[in-house]
Design a protein around this ligand. Structure first.
Ligand code: AMP
Length: 176
């Protein structure tokens, strides 16, 4: 099969001028590419005794749910503020413009559970950092973080390695 990178569509100037949006929906829409991405992440984390996969809304739900099934783990949604129906913990973080807040159910897993964080892409790492704080808050053991795409020039994956020893990405776009 072709390089995974070739299944990701780049949309210039979305959602704002100067942003190169790495659109993962074209990879998700291709059965072989989706399976390959899940297989590769499964290969990285299969021996880490993952009990829960925590996926970040919304593109992290797709790859995270599929990976949880492969790993024989449960799935925990990390959502934008106000979407979860039950009692939740929240963590705010800084975006390029303004602030955002993520939430996770307070009873999503037990203290000491082995949790794998998953999202489609890591850029500055602010989103993943807030997600790790949520998992920490519940006493979860963050055994790793998996992404399809890394934008290494924005430094998020390198920063995340200070808090989580195993950070894996499948595709890297240099430049931004
Ligand atoms: P960050 O918090 O800067 O690491 O941003 C990561 C989150 O924003 C992920 O949930 C991504 O889906 C989204 N994101 C940030 N930059 C891009 C980009 N250039 N293309 C696609 N998604 C992006």
């Amino acid at each position: 099969m072709k390089d995974l990178k070739s299944y990701i569509r780049t949309v210039p100037d979305f959602p704002a001028d100067g942003i190169m949006f790495r659109d993962i929906t074209t990879l998700y829409g291709n059965p072989a590419a989706l399976k390959h991405a899940v297989d590769l992440l499964f290969g990285h984390f299969r021996n880490d005794r993952v009990q829960m996969v925590a996926g970040i809304e919304a593109r992290g739900f797709v790859i995270g749910g599929a990976l949880a099934c492969r790993l024989g783990a449960g799935f925990v949604p990390i959502r934008k503020k106000g979407k979860l129906p039950h009692q939740a913990v929240e963590e705010s973080y800084t975006l390029e413009y303004g602030e955002a807040t993520l939430e996770m159910h307070l009873d999503a897993f037990g203290a000491g559970d082995r949790v794998l964080l998953v999202d489609d892409l890591i850029a500055t790492g602010g989103t993943a950092d807030a997600a790790v704080s949520l998992i920490d808050h519940l006493g979860g053991d963050v055994v790793g973080a998996g992404f399809i795409v890394d934008l290494p020039d924005l430094g998020g994956a390198a920063k995340l390695r200070d808090r989580c020893e195993k950070v894996v990405s499948l595709v890297s776009f240099e430049g931004d």
